[in-house]
Design a protein around this ligand. Structure first.
Ligand SMILES: Nc1nc2c(ncn2[C@@H]2O[C@H](COP(=O)(O)OP(=O)(O)OP(=O)(O)O)[C@@H](O)[C@H]2O)c(=O)[nH]1
Ligand SMILES: [Mg+2]
Length: 540
């Protein structure tokens, strides 16, 4: 059996959830298609999603087509929930980018396509809603070629657009216009194909072009474009064939023998308040009752271990209990209370960039409507921050008010409704303001040596330097390890992080590299004198 972890991405209301429903129906997972507007779809399962008819959280469902198990992740399209998209990008083998045949390419479509391309995620494009009045898939195809990528292959054409009877007809492999299109676009990215194309166009057989199309789209070099209607099902069969034939579904038996490594892309709480992690196994095999390392990606030596108590693997619809999860699969795991979004289990996969979109740029103060509920509000927001770390819950140092970061007003409404419905808390928000941050412009260093003016029984020296934009805060060591108790080291790092969470202006200090240059619980009589001078220089 091969597996394919597939994301459906698009601007808001393009029809991702409706298409998901249609794909599940076509694969025989559900007996009838639910509707977003009635709140009866598989992936808009939260009460708020059903009430509002929009997707708020990414959701996983699965279906089988032939020998391929497709784990499909339906993502929200509203820009306020872009963080949900970001979290799943790292676990995708391929994507379907949906564009409405009426509204066409939107700003959000461009943001998403750019990111998919940067990450090299093979992507098919589906022009949806050809049944709606005003649909014009030819115009939208041109927009895609002009504004998203010139590397597109129209896989067929829509007929009867703007009516319920609108349909999609695939181009036949031998069709001269289709062959010409394939030859032209594919030869640009394949030297051997180009050489033969230049020598004698007719030498490129339909079979060779079809194979080159599959190879290039599986590598994310070209983007086949389909059209249809998630509402009526038109074109969905052709898209399904494209999903299994033109995206890199793989048999991952070989990787299953490797070391355990998994990425955590979603965290939720079960009915009893237990933490559930959604993971994608990158390699190896994780069994229930295994003990596994849990820790943040990319930071050495941190994180603890935990014992997995139960596993549910996605197969044929939703997740069902399983003894183990193997490379390529997506599963829910229980028993790891410390698990966080962005963590890895077992070995860390090599260099994962964590942020692909801009962070939230707005913030607001959350105030309980009733006095005396501040503690409860803090606890509730802490739980929400587990599922959405970018809200970056923090407490104002002076007034000890609770602050969260936001992408926009819709996200604020969702937080308010969630607090009311799930935690019974009525809250008010202060006016939303723009987040200010502080980035160091230059380098500075300072050290305090024990036994001088320093009243403490410790030596600490730090250097502060600017880091790349988006890098966040890093803490490095330039001291000899071993001399210093690890609790002392941990306390220094925690203090650095806490202090920089609110700089001199009250803003977070970020994109900064802090290095511990001197340390020691004991004085260093030989070095103290010569190093005393920088100790009194306070830079940064
Ligand atoms: N006529 C028509 N309407 C559609 C089609 N696909 C979706 N819709 C409607 O478009 C609206 C949005 O559909 P959704 O499936 O929720 O879109 P979405 O992309 O999942 O939206 P978000 O997740 O909130 O970004 C709903 O009212 C759907 O019924 C289609 O092919 N034709
Ligand atoms: Mg949706």
């Amino acid at each position: 059996m091969r597996t394919l972890n597939l994301g459906i991405l698009a601007h808001v209301d393009a029809g991702k959830t409706t298409l998901t429903e249609r794909l599940l129906y076509a694969a025989g997972v559900i007996g009838e298609t639910g509707s977003v507007d009635d709140g009866s779809t598989q992936t808009n399962s939260l009460a708020l999603e059903r009430q509002r008819g929009i997707t708020i959280k990414s959701a996983v469902v699965s279906f089988a087509v032939g020998d391929v198990t497709v784990n499909l992740i339906d993502t929200p399209g509203h820009p306020d929930f872009i963080a949900e998209v970001e979290r799943v990008l790292g676990v995708l083998d391929g994507a379907v980018l949906v564009v409405s045949a009426v509204e066409g390419v939107q700003a959000q479509t461009r943001v998403l396509m750019r990111t998919l391309q940067r990450l090299g995620i093979p992507t098919l494009i589906f022009i949806n809603k050809i049944d709606r009045a005003g649909a014009n898939s030819r115009r939208v195809l041109r927009e895609i070629a002009d504004r998203l990528t010139p590397a597109v292959i129209a896989m067929g054409a829509a007929n009867g657009e703007g009516t319920r009877a609108a349909s999609f007809a695939s181009s036949e492999p031998g069709d001269p216009a289709f062959t010409a299109q394939l030859a032209e676009v594919l030869a640009e990215r394949d030297e051997a194909l180009l050489a033969d194309f230049v020598r004698d166009e007719t030498r490129l057989s339909a079979g060779r072009l079809t194979a080159a199309l599959a190879a290039q789209s599986r590598r994310g070099l070209v983007h086949p474009v389909f059209a249809g209607s998630a509402m009526t099902g038109a074109g969905v069969g052709e898209l399904t064939a494209g999903i299994t034939g033109l995206l890199p579904a793989a048999d991952r038996k070989a990787e299953a023998d490797g070391p355990v490594s998994a990425a955590v892309f979603k965290v939720e709480r079960g009915p009893a308040g237990e933490k559930i992690g959604y993971i994608r196994m990158v390699s190896g095999r994780l069994c229930a009752r295994d003990r596994v390392r849990v820790g943040p990606a990319g930071i050495d030596g941190t994180g603890g271990t935990g014992k997995v108590t139960a596993i549910s693997v996605f197969e044929q619809g939703t997740a069902s209990a399983a003894p183990a999860v193997a490379a390529g699969q997506i599963a829910k795991v229980w028993g790891l209370p410390g698990i966080q979004i962005g963590d890895t289990l077992g070995e860390r996969p090599p260099g994962q960039a964590r942020h692909h979109f801009a962070p939230p740029s707005l913030e607001t103060v959350v105030v309980p409507a009733r006095a005396g509920q501040k503690g409860a509000l803090h606890a509730a927001l802490t739980q929400l921050a587990e599922q959405d770390p970018l809200i970056n819950l923090r407490q104002d140092g002076v007034r000890s008010e609770l602050l969260v970061s936001l992408y926009g007003e819709v996200q604020k409404e969702v937080i308010q409704a969630t607090l009311a419905e799930e935690f019974g808390l009525d809250v008010r928000f202060r006016e939303t303001t723009t987040i200010c941050i502080e980035r160091p412009a230059g380098c500075g260093a300072a050290a305090e040596f024990m036994g001088e003016d320093n009243p403490f029984r410790a030596t600490v020296g730090l250097r502060v330097a600017p880091a790349a934009i988006g890098a966040g805060l890093s803490f490095g060591l330039e001291i000899e390890l071993g001399a210093l108790p690890s609790a002392f080291l941990k306390a220094i790092e925690e203090t650095v992080r806490r202090t920089l969470s609110q700089g001199l202006f009250g803003w977070q200090v970020t994109d900064v590299a802090v290095t511990l240059t001197d340390s020691g619980p004991r004085p260093d009589p030989a070095g103290a004198d010569e190093r005393a001078a920088p100790g009194r220089h306070h830079g940064a």
